[in-house]
Design a protein around this ligand. Sequence first.
Ligand SMILES: NC(=O)c1ccc[n+]([C@@H]2O[C@H](COP(=O)([O-])OP(=O)(O)OC[C@H]3O[C@@H](n4cnc5c(N)ncnc54)[C@H](O)[C@@H]3O)[C@@H](O)[C@H]2O)c1
Ligand SMILES: O=P(O)(O)OC[C@@H](O)[C@@H](O)[C@H](O)[C@H](O)CO
Length: 385
Amino acid sequence: MLAVHFGAGNIGRGFIGKLLYQSGFETCFVDVNKEIVNLLNERGEYSVVLADSSQEAFTVKNVRALNSQEQPDAVVDAIANADLVTTAVGPNILPFIAGLIAKGLRQRSQTTDRPLNIIACENMIGGSTLLKEKVYEHVSGDEKAAFDKQFGFPDAAVDRIVPNQQNEDKLMVMVEPFYEWVVEETKLAGEKPPVQGITFVTDLIPYIERKLFTVNTGHAVAAYFGYLFGIPTINEAMANSQVYELVKQALEESGEFLVAKYGFDAETHAAYIQKILQRFANPYISDEVTRVARSPIRKLGPNDRLVSPAKQYAEVVGKQPVYLVKAIAAALLYDYQGDDEATAVQTTIQQNGIAAAIEQYTQLDQNDSLFQAILDQYQQFQAEK
Ligand SMILES: NC(=O)c1ccc[n+]([C@@H]2O[C@H](COP(=O)([O-])OP(=O)(O)OC[C@H]3O[C@@H](n4cnc5c(N)ncnc54)[C@H](O)[C@@H]3O)[C@@H](O)[C@H]2O)c1
Ligand SMILES: O=P(O)(O)OC[C@@H](O)[C@@H](O)[C@H](O)[C@H](O)CO
């Protein structure tokens, strides 16, 4: 079995690649990072180390890699012959890989009617659905009808904290022991991909909202406040009682609406939050706040981990969130020079003012009470700085 995986980065190698190997797949990574592509081809294997007291190491074998910029035809051939296509490139990159995927699917549909699933493993609602839309921008009307029959784009939720790696061995990845990969069964084409570790569900929305609005919401709160307080890593931020409390309170707010909206058991959800707080504090992981805070424009988006739970809390619970609002204000203050989106947000604020920036990034209406709460909180934080 052949899997083509776009993005041989932290989650690609540390999570998806490992599960694919353990499930009997040969994995062909597709990336633009020459060094990683070359090393994967030279060695054909890499190690994944668990970030816990065991430091258990596992060798992932049967891997190779293609450079999509230099070997696009080989990528098309690989997709045409694949049994599964997955991605972990980041939501903003999906539009850039869509053209190549469209070509691969076209070649495949011309040679076989064997079904194929394309699963985007990105932190967003509807990642595979977005990828499908972007792929379909490259295909004709007739092709779309044929593609609809042959290809599935099931949405997915993936959870495993994999920090930026600082190992001497450039291929080695250190990962937390916990992982979860949930895939929407109803959008599959053909059989379920035989990947050990995937949980198939009929409706992904509760799972992705629970994951994104708990793990990623809490993570973002720790990162933006960690950064504001001058703390470099997430576990160090969690050791700060103020940051810990801000994270916990924000997760209690998002949890209140998730429990009300989806009927999750309140105690089970409280235990889920508790486990996540422990994962963030894992002393065996050094995860920079700037990784977790990366791409604040994406994270301030209306359907992402800060604004969506704040809006849904207001709608479902009927109260104004306090801690989620603080987190949004902290994200608006994120001015890390090494992050293009952070500098773009700061430029917008300087040139157009904070109200225009809130409107632009969160897409909230100026008359929305949440909008005013964010504005007030931002101004209060500015005054305290
Ligand atoms: N790291 C985590 O803890 C984690 C956990 C769950 C989900 N995710 C999600 O997984 C995705 C990837 O995150 P990551 O942390 O692995 O990032 P990463 O930066 O480590 O990996 C992304 C990889 O994509 C490659 N890439 C960039 N442009 C490309 C292109 N045009 N074609 C092919 N490859 C390209 C990069 O070179 C890099 O190797 C994101 O959507 C992220 O939200 C990350
Ligand atoms: O990958 P991002 O930028 O969407 O979010 C940063 C982190 O919160 C994220 O990568 C987590 O580590 C991961 O989602 C854990 O499952």
